[in-house]
Design a protein around this ligand. Structure first.
Ligand code: ADP
Ligand code: TRP
Length: 334
């Protein structure tokens, strides 16, 4: 069974990304043959053009390179084990763009017209380019080129897996049975992590806490969470408190009960609850933060992991692509 997923390097990972997606991807490496890649081709369709500002940063070639590398460091620091899972950059397997083209020849326009990334933009009256329009075909190629069986994704990506199955079926019907039909594995239902303002944590809302921010910044952001004005001495309700909700992500039921009791007893200010949250988060991500520092100090090792991953992925991609070339009437590449 091959598990595959891609993550776009369009911003540094936050708590929502970790609890909603990354943690589940990493857990799968123990039992399945996992391929994970950093979707830098896809990022080109969703980041603003060079020169445009986003989150106060300029997105140009250097920024994409940096974010791609950061994504690799983050995933490795968070527990992705290169001996168990194959980690690579999407663009290190350029064969995937050829399969995108071949799939495009059987892709009906209406299938893409209903896909939400493009449709949302169009509905807002914004100009979309062909890259965004055909983004789901690239994603289908990502999946199909490795004979993937299972694709862990958030609920927003399920539509794209359905498109992938549609395209594979159509291709197989026209050319013969060469593509493996994948299934999605929904990972998001377990957690919807709230952001600093109580809405869903998302980089587009600017309400995130990033996993690898400096300690001081994490603390400052936690301290900035708005709470109600119940005086220190009065009892408070943990079940209606964003700080407590976030605390739950990092702690055992026992620890949660302990803090909940302090809420209910009165005499504890929200500042203390925020301090407890800060300490819990720091202790939870402490080992990952340490590993990330070590990886950052050893860029050759990280590059070697990515190159190794790409070599493995590419071998598989070439064999599937040759199968497809063959049935389509194109000569095989040695
Ligand atoms: P963002 O909303 O910050 O742009 P992405 O859309 O890049 O995040 O999300 C990447 C993955 O992280 C998605 O598959 C989604 O499942 C997960 N994710 C993002 N934010 C949250 C959240 N607040 N709660 C749970 N999962 C999340
Ligand atoms: N489109 C996905 C996202 O935005 C990322 C992605 C690209 C992907 N190719 C993929 C996910 C293949 C799963 C499988 O989150």
């Amino acid at each position: 069974m091959r598990v595959l997923s891609g993550i776009q390097p369009t911003g540094r990972f936050h708590w929502g990304n970790y609890f909603g997606a990354i943690r589940q991807y990493i857990d799968l490496q123990d039992n399945e043959q996992a391929f994970y890649f950093i979707a830098n081709y896809h990022a080109l369709t969703t980041i603003d053009r060079p020169g445009a500002k986003r989150q106060g940063e300029i997105f140009d070639a250097a920024a994409l390179r940096q974010l791609t590398n950061d994504a690799a460091l983050d995933l490795l620091a968070l527990g992705l084990k290169p001996e168990q899972a194959t980690l690579f950059r999407q663009s290190d397997v350029p064969e995937v763009t050829e399969l995108t083209w071949l799939l495009m020849t059987v892709t009906q326009m209406h299938l893409l017209e209903k896909c939400h990334a493009y449709k949302d933009k169009k509905d807002k009256g914004l100009a979309a380019d062909a890259g965004l329009f055909t983004y789901p075909v690239l994603m289908a190629a990502d999946i199909l080129i490795y004979d993937s069986d299972l694709v862990p994704v958030g609920v927003d990506q399920v539509q794209h897996i359905e498109v992938t199955r549609d395209l594979a079926q159509r291709f197989n019907k026209i050319f013969g049975d060469v593509l493996t039909l994948p299934k999605e594995k929904l990972v998001e239902s377990t957690a919807r992590v709230p952001g600093l303002d109580g809405e869903k944590m998302s980089k587009s809302y600017g309400n995130t806490i990033e996993i690898f921010w400096p300690e001081k910044k994490v603390r400052k952001k936690i301290m900035s969470i708005k709470t109600d004005s119940t005086p220190v001495e009065e009892p408070k309700n943990p079940d209606n408190c964003l700080v407590f909700d976030l605390f739950k992500l990092f702690t055992t039921p026992g620890q949660q009960e302990e803090l909940a009791a302090r809420y209910r007893a009165g005499g504890m200010g929200y500042g203390d609850a925020k301090q407890a949250l800060f300490e819990a988060a720091m202790s939870y991500f402490g080992p990952a933060r340490q590993r990330r520092e070590e990886l950052e100090a050893d860029p050759e090792r990280v590059e070697a992991i990515l190159q190794n991953g790409a070599a493995k992925a590419r071998t598989k991609a070439r064999s599937v692509l040759n199968r497809v070339r063959d049935v389509a009437g194109l000569p095989a590449i040695p």
